[in-house]
Design a protein around this ligand. Structure first.
Ligand SMILES: [Mg+2]
Length: 331
C-alpha cells in the first residue's frame, strides 16, 4: 500500500474556527484516511495499483462568486465541485479534500458556517473527507483554494490528448444553465435568483459516476470537464490531441432554466462556463449509451484532421468556431 503524507499547517490563532471545522469534518471514518485534521500531515492509503490524481482550484470572491448573489452554501458547494469535477474528467475516484481559506476581517461566523454546510454536504454525498487545509486572514474578500486528491487504476486516466480524427464528440447533461443565471444577475433585473430555478449554477453536481463508468468500460478516448465553456474546453482537447473538431450547432443540448419554455441561447451553450458536465470523445465504432448513470449523453460532432474548430449551423453552413469560453466576472 502506498501511504501519502500531506501537509497541514495552521498559521493563525483561529483555534475556535478550526476546532469547529474539525468537529464538523469528522474523522473520515469509512474512508481510506487513517489520519485527518489534527496532525502535521494527513495519512492516506491508496488502493493497490492505483495512482494519485491531484487537482487545485481557486474560488475567489468577485471573480467566481459574489456574496450578494451567491448564498454561502452555494459558494462552499461550488468550491468543492470544481475539484471533484476535475477528478471526474480523468475517470477517477475522489479520496480526500483539502481546503485553504482566507477570510476578511468582520466576515460573520454564520457565513463561514453556512459555507461549510454546503461544502460538507457535498463531501458526504461523495464520501470525500475533508482532511486538512489552512485558514488565514484575507486583506479583501473571501479566497478559497480547494485541493482534491483522487485515484485511478495505474495508466487508466482518461487524458485530453487521446482524441483521433474520426472520433465522435459527446457531452453529458445540458449546457448553458450556469451562464444563463449569470446573464440574469449581470442584467441587474434581480439581485437574487432562486437557486431552485438554476440548480446547475448554484449547486452543480460533479459527474463522477459517469466519468468512472466511461473509464471502466474503456469508452472514452479523451475527456475534459466543461468548466470554461464548450468552445474553450473542446479547444483544450484539440490542442492536446493535435486535432480539429466539427460541432453541429443543432445537436448541442441546451439547458432550459427557471420557468422558461425555451432552451437557452446557443451562444450560452457554446461559450458559457461552469456547467461541470463531461465533454469526451470516443472511437467511431464504440456504442455510447444515450444515458449513463441517469445522465443524458449527446453526440454533438466529430474530431477532424488539422487544428481547426468548425461549427455547422442550422442550414448546413460551416463557420469557424473560436474558443470564447467564459471570461470570469467583472470583465
Ligand atoms: Mg477541469
Amino acid at each position: 500500500l502506498v501511504t501519502l503524507y500531506i501537509g497541514f499547517a495552521l498559521t493563525l490563532p483561529e483555534r475556535a474556527l478550526i476546532a469547529n471545522i474539525r468537529r464538523r469534518a469528522g474523522s473520515g471514518q469509512g474512508s481510506r484516511l487513517s489520519r485527518g485534521i489534527g496532525d502535521d500531515c494527513a495519512v492516506l492509503r491508496l488502493p493497490q495499483k492505483h495512482e494519485a490524481l491531484l487537482t487545485t482550484d481557486f474560488s475567489l470572491e468577485g471573480i467566481h462568486f459574489r456574496r450578494e448573489w451567491h448564498p454561502p452554501e452555494a459558494v462552499g458547494h461550488r468550491c468543492l465541485t470544481r475539484g471533484l469535477s476535475d477528478i471526474a474528467a480523468m475517470g477517477g475516484e475522489p479520496r480526500t479534500a483539502f481546503l485553504s481559506l482566507a477570510l476578511p476581517r468582520g466576515l460573520p461566523n454564520s457565513w463561514v458556517n453556512r459555507f461549510f454546510d454546503g461544502f460538507l454536504r457535498l463531501a458526504r454525498q461523495f464520501h470525500v473527507p475533508l482532511a486538512g487545509g489552512d485558514i488565514a486572514e484575507s486583506p479583501s474578500g473571501v479566497l478559497a483554494d480547494i485541493v482534491v486528491l483522487g485515484s485511478v487504476p495505474a495508466g487508466k486516466s482518461i487524458l485530453r490528448s487521446g482524441a483521433r480524427p474520426g472520433d465522435r464528440i459527446y457531452v453529458t447533461g445540458e449546457l448553458g444553465a450556469s451562464s444563463a443565471a449569470l446573464a440574469q444577475l449581470f442584467s441587474g433585473g434581480k439581485r437574487r435568483l432562486r437557486p431552485a430555478d438554476y440548480p446547475r449554477h448554484f449547486f452543480p453536481v460533479p459527474r463522477l459516476a459517469v466519468g468512472q463508468f466511461l473509464r471502466e468500460e474503456g469508452m472514452a478516448s479523451s475527456m475534459i470537464d466543461t468548466s470554461d465553456g464548450l468552445s474553450t474546453d473542446l479547444a483544450h482537447i484539440c490542442e492536446e490531441s493535435g486535432v480539429g473538431a466539427r460541432l453541429e450547432a443543432g445537436l448541442v443540448p441546451r439547458a432550459v432554466v427557471a420557468r422558461s419554455k425555451t432552451p437557452v441561447d446557443i451562444r450560452l451553450a457554446l461559450h458559457g462556463g461552469e456547467d461541470y458536465e463531461l465533454l469526451f470523445t470516443a472511437r467511431p465504432k464504440k456504442r455510447i449509451p444515450g444515458r449513463i448513470k441517469g445522465v443524458r449523453v449527446t453526440e454533438i460532432g466529430v474530431i477532424t484532421h488539422g487544428r481547426r474548430m468548425e461549427l455547422v449551423g442550422p442550414e448546413g453552413k460551416v463557420e469557424g468556431l473560436e474558443p470564447m469560453g467564459w471570461q470570469h466576472f467583472g470583465k
